[in-house]
Write a protein that binds this ligand. Structure first.
Ligand code: B3K
Ligand code: ZN
Length: 875
């Protein structure tokens, strides 16, 4: 049974009102029967005012069996049941208990929200508004309650019964042979979105962690039978996270047990339910043979992210969903710092900057642009975006840059003390940071009110830097100007506080002192006097460490860029100089020309970097050599042309491979020794090998293509995937064989086999669309698993000449698929729909084709989620 919610009016921040009742305690009795689930909920309510307010509860797809107040069944006229609500007209003006009994059908729930079935298990997802699919409840994050949950089920099918907190009772049910029950009690008041329940036949991996105050915490990881060997990495990641949060933030875990469950059918990566984290199995099950280095690092960071939520999200939660970035931006910031501390801070910063530029900047420049703190929404699920998460994290990072780490951490400590146990706002956060940072009386170097505009204003600010150079006196005059283009619903923008970390390169090619400019006006000028009087102005190293989530232009010529690329001491600024050169080269090729002068200079620079006296660190080298993301390149074209960019990249790789063949082979050989070192060791060499394979394969090196093919059967998933990536764009015998080997090797492991679906769907070939259709009918394709759906349809999008075919066939196909997915899973469908969000940047023919696809979508019977996205894109 899939119900399509009726179109909803927007929810507005300005309409926020506190809930008129408190619910200090909630008791659930969940009885799992063969065909359905019965949920009895006792909500112990206390009126906030003495005024007998009506009580409004939310409920979706619930069959209400009975409702009573203080133990007495309510007469039919005492309450009313709306489309998604239960309203009790009159309530006592003293504490009272409402009891509802509802019947649920988890097997029919394809939305993967509320209580649903995955394989043989029952599991939940309640954030943001899934709890209302389990029982009638206010289901809003500012209503905190202590939960006591009894779960009853058949022991054979559901030997493991989990919920939040501590198990306080468990055992058979004497009067019902074969059945058992477990009672869980969570002493910490929490909002309903953090509720979780899992029932199934799961295998347990157990470990423990002793906190700094000596509490022994039992750590349990629950997986399906057969998956036990792939859990060590996630468990180790959890222990590292627990230790890091103690060392860096002084935050300890607060219960005696911590459970994690791996679930195959899951809408996103993972969920931070109090003491019962639920993960997409893709983000738990991994080792070097089954996951790439990148995936291992990502798993480590997601495990950390969910664990860190225990404080930033669970102990301090959000007052309403407009404050989502309060917990998500902060927790992303914390997980970024964790990864930076454990691995390379410089490379992590580059990874995050590249990610932001290719996803968040794109969102900020399109029809679904929204502020970090939106002011209205229709479906909150549409706002789990890179703006809320990654841009939100950047705002916190800017506060740290402005305040310095020590003062910033004083602010963090105050935040965690002051708001523990509360549902807070982003204003509360900024105020706590500023107050904590200035406790010692040091004045601020920025205005908090101007800083807060970052939360309210959508769009990526642009900074232009004008450089004036007086060679005779050695005076450098820099004028910084900021502006933000209008975004939907926000025509007028105001200056924000932009921390600009910058330096000049001295004549010896080394960076001088790093300076901080707090740019908070439309325009500010900085003058440096007494510099060495060289004919060429000093090269500018700008936005070092990517100090603000902005774009910029400065009149940097080729000499500046190559000087920075060769010798800037800031890893980000050095990499960024290279990215600017790559962009020029790729854009020139995509527009039909090529910039042979610049290409020659780049080849020289690369020869130097690859030489024995060049860059020693293979990870740094691979990072410097990686092309910019497609989204960034598209944004720089007058008319975005994804197939042309794809082709340009293929051609440039072939040129680089043949021009630099000798140097590349040499580096390949010197990386060979460390290729099989256990992660994180050896990852730089594997990364560099992957890049060299792709260049040399493109240039026709048969030996390299064969070596790549062999790696698909080897012990390292990183190298296997590197091989597939290198061969994929090339129509060669090894590509066909490599895909077949991967297929045969992994077809019985769904988590890994999704990769094969993605590779097949994204392989450029003349019959690619028919291939995608066949994949959707493949016996191992699971339409209920978002991972599989995203693998195939995301694979299609990553196949530019097919998805962006000028006849519109790719767009049309996608529109029909989105409609089909929307019928069962609106969250997954509305995310997919965003693939059309760049249509206004395409040429005429593609524009018309996307508009047609959007019209097909708009004419369908869509969920609120997908309707909201489609409407924005059509506006
Ligand atoms: N808080 C969850 C995301 C929930 C998404 C709901 N549609 C995972 C995370 O950010 O940690
Ligand atoms: Zn999160």
């Amino acid at each position: 049974m899939v119900t399509t919610p009726s179109p909803q009016p927007s929810v507005r921040l300005e309409d926020y009102r506190p809930f008129p009742f408190k619910i200090p305690n909630t008791e659930l009795n969940v009885v799992i029967q063969q065909h359905d689930v019965l949920v009895t909920a006792d909500l112990h309510l206390e009126p906030v005012l003495q005024s007998s307010e009506p009580l409004l509860l939310q409920g979706v797809d619930l069959e209400l069996i009975s409702v009573s107040l203080d133990g007495h069944a309510l007469p039919a006229d005492a309450y009313s049941v709306g489309v998604d609500t239960l309203r009790i007209h009159v309530t006592p003006n003293q504490p009272f208990t409402v009891t509802t009994v509802c019947k649920l059908d988890p097997a029919a729930n394809g939305s993967l929200e509320g209580l649903y079935v995955s394989g043989g298990m029952l599991t939940t997802q309640c954030e943001a508004e899934g709890f209302r699919r389990i029982t009638f409840h206010p289901d809003r994050p500012d209503v905190l309650s202590c939960f006591r949950v009894r779960i009853e089920a058949d022991r054979e099918h559901y030997p493991v019964l989990l919920s939040n907190g501590n198990a306080i009772d468990a055992g058979p049910i004497p009067q019902a042979p074969g059945r058992h029950a477990v009672v869980w009690e969570d002493p910490f008041p929490k909002p309903s979105y953090l509720f979780a329940l899992v029932a199934g036949d799961l295998r347990e991996i157990r470990d423990h962690f002793t906190t700094s105050s000596g509490r022994r915490v039992t750590l349990r990881l629950h997986v399906e039978a057969g998956d036990e060997p792939y859990t060590a990495h996630a468990m180790e990641s959890l222990k590292r996270s627990m230790a890091w949060d103690e060392q860096v933030y002084g935050l300890e875990y607060d219960l005696d047990e911590f459970n994690t469950v791996a679930v195959r059918h899951f809408n996103m990566g993972a969920m931070e339910n109090k003491s019962l984290n639920i993960f997409n199995s893709k983000l738990v099950l991994a080792d070097a043979e089954t996951a790439t280095d990148g995936e291992l690092e990502r798993i480590e960071s997601v495990v950390a992210h969910e664990y860190f939520h225990n404080w930033s999200g669970n102990r301090i939660t959000c007052r309403d969903w407009f404050q989502l970035s309060l917990k998500e931006g902060l927790t992303v910031f914390r997980d970024q710092c964790f990864t930076a501390d454990l691995h390379s801070a410089a490379l992590k910063r580059i990874e995050d900057a590249a990610m932001l530029r290719n996803t968040q900047f794109r969102e900020d420049a399109g029809p679904t642009a929204h502020p970090v703190k939106p002011d209205a929404y229709q479906a909150i699920d549409n706002f789990y975006t890179t703006t809320i998460y990654e841009k939100g994290a950047e705002l916190i990072r800017m506060l740290r840059t402005l305040l310095g780490n020590e003062r910033f951490m004083r602010g963090m400590r105050l935040y965690f003390q002051r708001h523990d146990g509360e549902a807070a706002t982003t204003e509360d956060f900024v105020e706590a940071i500023v107050e904590g940072a200035t406790e010692d009386g040091t004045p601020l170097n920025f205005q908090p009110e101007k800083f807060k505009r970052w939360y309210l204003q959508a769009g990526t600010p642009h900074v232009s830097v004008d450089r004036r150079w007086d060679a005779t006196s050695g005076r450098l005059t820099l004028t910084f100007r900021q502006s933000t283009a209008p975004t939907p619903g926000q025509p007028d923008k105001f200056p924000v506080v932009i921390p600009v970390l910058w330096a000049i390169l001295n004549p010896d090619g080394r960076a001088g002192d790093e300076r901080l400019l707090v740019l908070d006006q439309d325009q500010q000028t900085v003058v440096l006097e007494g510099l060495a009087s060289t004919p060429h102005p000093p090269a500018l190293s700008l936005f070092r460490q990517f100090s603000a989530p902005v774009t910029w232009t400065a009149d940097q010529d080729d000499d500046d860029l190559f000087a920075l690329f060769a010798g800037d001491s800031d890893a980000f600024a050095r990499w960024d100089a290279g990215q600017q050169i790559w962009k020029r080269l790729l854009l020139a090729r995509a527009s039909g020309g090529d910039d042979s002068h610049l290409e020659r200079r780049m080849l020289d620079a690369l020869s130097q970097l690859l030489s024995p006296s060049g860059e020693k660190d293979p990870a740094v080298l691979a990072t410097l050599l990686a092309f910019p993301g497609r989204a960034e390149l598209e944004a720089l074209q007058n008319e975005a042309d994804p197939p042309a960019l794809f082709q340009a990249a293929c051609d440039l790789r072939a040129t680089l491979g043949s021009q630099l063949a000798e140097a590349l082979q040499r580096r390949l050989a010197s990386s060979a020794e460390s290729l099989h070192a256990a992660w994180p060791a050896g990852q730089g060499d594997r990364q560099l090998t992957a890049l060299i394979w792709s260049w040399l394969s493109a240039s026709g090196e048969e030996g390299v293509r064969d070596a790549a093919l062999a790696a698909v059967s080897g012990p390292s998933m990183t190298l296997a995937r590197a091989a597939l990536r290198a061969l994929q764009p090339i129509d060669c015998a090894q590509r066909l064989q490599a895909l077949q080997v991967f297929h045969d090797r992994w077809q019985d492991r769904p988590v890994i086999f999704d990769t094969w679906f993605a590779l097949e769907a994204s392989t450029p070939r003349p019959d690619a669309l028919a291939r995608v259709e066949a994949l959707l009918q493949h016996p191992r394709f699971d339409p209920m698993a978002p991972n599989s759906v995203r693998a195939v349809l995301g694979g299609l999008v990553a196949n530019p000449s097919v998805f962006h075919a000028l006849d519109g066939s790719g767009y049309r196909f996608m529109a029909h698929q989105i409609i089909a997915v929307d019928g069962r899973n609106p969250i997954t469908a509305s995310r997919l729909a965003k693939v059309f969000s760049r249509w206004h940047t395409y040429g005429q023919e593609r524009k018309a084709a996307v508009q047609h696809a959007l019209a097909v979508l708009a004419a369908a019977d869509l969920s609120t989620n997908t309707r909201e996205v489609v409407t924005l894109m059509q506006a």
